[in-house]
Design a protein around this ligand. Sequence first.
Ligand code: ADP
Length: 489
Amino acid sequence: MANPKQEIVYTKLFINNEFVDAKSGKTFPTVNPANCKKLADIAEADKADIDAAVEAATKAFSRNSEWRNLDASARGRLLNKLADLIERDINTLANLESLDNGKPFGDSVFDINCAIDTFRYYAGWADKIHGNTIPADGSSLTLTRKEPVGVVGQIIPWNYPILMLAWKWGPAIAAGCTVVLKPAEQTPLTALHCAALTKEAGFPAGVINVVPGYGPTAGQAIAAHPNIHKVAFTGSVIIGKLVMEAAAKSNLKKVSLELGGKSPLVVLDDCNLDEAVEIAHNAIFANHGQNCCAGSRTFVQEGIYDEFIKRSIELVKKRKLDDPFTADVIQGPQVNDNIFNRILNYIEAGKKEGAKLEFGGKRWGSEGYFIEPTIFSGVTDTMTIAKEEIFGPVQSIFKFKTLDEVIERANNTTYGLASGIITNNLNNALVFAQAVSAGSVWVNCYDAVVPQAPFGGCKQSGSGRELGEDGLEPYLETKTISIKLPAKN
Ligand code: ADP
């Protein structure tokens, strides 16, 4: 498959249902990581544009607005219509995603289908979000109403651009909020195309606004905005702390954070070895390791350790790296030079600190940001590659003796996003599932992320949950209404 001749139509900010230039007139380039060539110049939002987007979103949310008067079921229909239009444009969107992000075309199609599923899942929720009637003390009818928090800011990363957008828009729209979303500066293209689709679907002006730009300017302006009442952020821990700080210092807006991870995947002696090797391989190498819940610490029990490494090397040799549009490719480039260099530095640190490089470890090819899939064995808990999130195609394999020992070591991290265990012993799986500090535990599988089930982190992996019914919660306020009754009955 040759590189597609994909026209890039949407390059401006989307505010109040119109594509507009940034007030400053500034633009920034978005680049194809497979060949380092510029794809397009994108309008660059900063504070003034965020103010305009918030104004539009505030107006759209105002009392008696078209949006506020819309039936909840109609919000569901809008989400379904958006899903239909994404399905119609899946080829264009997958081209844009792979050009901008570097992930294989087939992976982009997969992500977009997951985004469609997410929109359809939340479409179903729109008219099923309800409160309670409460048997309160005294003589009253007491009930709760679940109301949208209002204007929400959403800041997303570059690793799953359209999917992260769906995780953010689905619950926000189902709840009845209005949205100002900033895509990552590396990958703005699919968000702008989706913005156009919301207009086509019939979303009223101002309900969805998309403002590409950089973090310290546009992102910071969202986090600190006095008229945004909730901010949802997915990205790094360092920036998550800045977002929380800005939220606290401005107007104490609600904050939900989905941050990084250093997720343990534990493989017990009694597993089916080939299956375990493959699960562990996909857990770290999927999306080139650019995955917040990547199984980046592979703990293998001592009885199968050497054989596990041997088979992992055999498997990793089969990975085909190339341009995202090449047939059968499963690994494209990392997203940009910063990330590329950071990963190579981690690989150097691994070697220097005494881990054994079993495979890979270098740049692949001569153009673009490709890195060979890399395996280290003999990794110990104090090494840099054991502690820090690499966010790249680097598998670190640790050895352990007992379940108690590995639970302790698995939890010995500041993160707590995901975890996994591969075993045929149900008791051991359940002991691990209950003891591990993580938002998700996957038994004999990994990355089992679906729209219906909540996802999110403990400790410094974040706060709040996305997806599932829990994913609605950050977009809702509970209002208690008490109505005095003449008599108790
Ligand atoms: P990564 O390291 O994976 O690129 P970041 O946390 O740096 O993750 O970025 C995730 C998102 O946060 C991006 O949309 C980025 O522009 C945004 N961002 C970066 N810095 C800030 C900031 N100071 N305030 C708000 N958002 C920011």
